[in-house]
Design a protein around this ligand. Sequence first.
Ligand SMILES: *Cc1c(COP(=O)(O)O)cnc(C)c1O
Length: 496
Amino acid sequence: MEVKYVSTRNKAEQVTASQAVLRGLATDGGLYVPTTIPKFDKTLEELSDMTYQEVAYEVMKLLLTDYTEEELKNCINRAYDEKFDTEEIAPLTYADGAYYLELFHGKTIAFKDMALSILPHLMITAARKNQVKNDIVILTATSGDTGKAALAGFADVEGTKIIVFYPKDGVSDIQKRQMVTQTGDNTFVVGINGNFDQAQTGVKKMFGDKEMAAELNAAGYQFSSANSINIGRLVPQIVYYVYAYTRLLKEEKITAGQEINVTVPTGNFGNILAAYYAKNMGLPIAKLLCASNENKVLFDFFGTGVYDKNREFKLTSSPSMDILISSNLERLIYRIAGEDDAANAAFMKALQSDGKYEITEEMRKNLADFYGNYATEEETTKTIRDLYEKTGYVIDTHTAVAACVYNKYKAETGDDKVTVIASTASPYKFTRSVMQAIGEDDAALSDLELTDKLSEVAKVEIPGAIEEIRSAEVRHKTICEVDEMPQVVRDFLQIS
Ligand SMILES: *Cc1c(COP(=O)(O)O)cnc(C)c1O
């Protein structure tokens, strides 16, 4: 059965999956959602005999129906290969009563790799399917992490180029080194004399610049974006929940059909939405535990039915979750509103003008699958330390937010179902905070030096991603002013 996609703000116009991947955002500003959420056509037992790549195919074929079997398998095999440091791709580790689903074994040792390693292939396949002859130019502004994950995903993918702008003095040393050492002739990394907002505004301006679009088109290029609302990022994220369940089944930790709970450290609401889709496709998930840091807009939303971003923005030790507008929540709002596009559009309009909206009682009833809670900075630190002291297992700050919320949930409800916690970053990505938490910090050491010490403490080998940047050659040295961004793009593409 063919699955089509519509905008959450106007469902009149349907597009195919590949068109939705190419466009990213709908023209009305809405997000593409499938017109129906298909059910698995293999049993859980059948899936438990499959590899990660095979499970990926079985899940993705149901939602990306206009890709052929060959196209999809080709995308999957190019994405989930030796770039990952384990054949399992997303292994489970048991510690203190929960299973940690480690989503950080890719190139940048954080979970964005799970989607960004396949998005370039889905995109270029979509371009060819839709008779787009131009090369795709990905433009991204980054505050650190997404930029590197996108660079790693698009590097050397034929038919694409990627240009990343970062605030010259606004990213960590490790993040900067990761980006400026990026290989690939189609990659270009530029520091700007400005902050992240200015970088992002500069990129948005270029996306909206019709004259520039025409120049690019004449030279055989067109812009696209790799941001987290693309369904080409959402669909691959459903896979690892299915995979995790089937590994538990295979190892006889559960029986087929037995319900589990899933806990997700949440920012933009993409990762947990993927788990919700997995549940709707037939994966036996009981509760979805949505974990926030001190930017607890979502916790308040689940408790009151009011989404209100009018509050102080806090910088925490889990920066990838420092978000006040969780863009992907719009897909859930659309669904719990009974796929009412006009109602959803009205909520989003209110969010834009007043910074808040309140859902109806009826809609709140449809949120029964979710439990929301949050962890303070102290609680996050304590969770890392306690788990380490009890088991020797070291988790990063984002994962710790989830572990803390899981502990709160269990204490509150007594629910002791088998639980999977999405582990979204390697502790090596946030070494300083992690070492502070376990009482092993040393201010005299640089972040890179501290990794050696973490390796001794955690008894885990330093990931290749960190080893690489120690010695790698700096390949990207361009720095520009904010208003020079368009010219820098033209120069890189050799159009004048
Ligand atoms: C992006 C990110 C998150 C949040 O994921 P969302 O899909 O935005 O909710 C959590 N942890 C880490 C390490 C991340 O990079």
